[in-house]
Ligand binder design. Sequence first.
Ligand SMILES: N[C@@H](CCC(=O)N[C@@H](CS)C(=O)NCC(=O)O)C(=O)O
Length: 272
Amino acid sequence: MEKSGRSSMNSMMRALPVPDISRTLMWRILSVAAIALPIVVMLPGVVGCLKRGCPMITISAFKWVPPFAQGLVRDLRVRWALEEAGLAYREKLIDQEDQKSEAYRSLQPFGQVPTFEDGGLKLFESGSIVLHIAERSDALMPAEPDARSRVKMWLFTALNTIEPHIMYLAEVDLFHAKEDWAKQRRPAVVKMIQKRLKELSAQLRDREYLEGRFTVADLLMTTVLRIPRNTTLVQEVPVLDAYRLRCEARPAFKKALDAQMAVFAKHAPPIA
Ligand SMILES: N[C@@H](CCC(=O)N[C@@H](CS)C(=O)NCC(=O)O)C(=O)O
């Protein structure tokens, strides 16, 4: 009787859906690990943050500029680089009075925008700031040493070889257009820009980006090519215009531009 009772129990057990113990255990371990691992990894950083105060990147930007400059102010470069790198930041918004203040001059000796602060590090010059960000982000800088050097070469090209001529034209068109010297000088300035843009476009004819893939050099070059938007100089060079549009189509660019424009919209002076 007892024997037949045990065997009927065994056959009952076999009929019931018995859980696969090892699989259940494995899932439990994985679930615990999924929760615990990030905590363990982040804990030292969180504790350090609580002790020393959390470092947070701060960049300076103007509260407001006239429409001709909106979307071109150089904090855009830094915002864009930070967006590409996935780094959060806060803004230090300044006006013309702040530009002259001793406190701001201690960050930017020329009273200009942008500045960058991260913990104890304080930087000015948009080129140096985006390079600093890029050196720490795969999104903006390749790993291979020669490629890194070429990216820096193009970054200097944007700032030293292309931007000065473009800025000269901006000076002529936006600030001195009615003056005789500006009218006389303008054709030569335009000619020089056309020469430089043609030479640059020859480099981009067979490639989408300056160094194989999007890098901080493309970011800077694009912001430079945006400056003469009161002219058709870039549109006249289809390869360059397509390149500019390709870079501007990046979600990080849109976020950066929206962030700069939102500040101007918020601080717009009342219409008289
Ligand atoms: N070479 C500097 C130029 C900075 C610059 O010209 N910033 C402009 C805004 S885009 C500015 O602050 N202009 C006001 C001024 O010079 O007083 C850089 O790239 O950071």
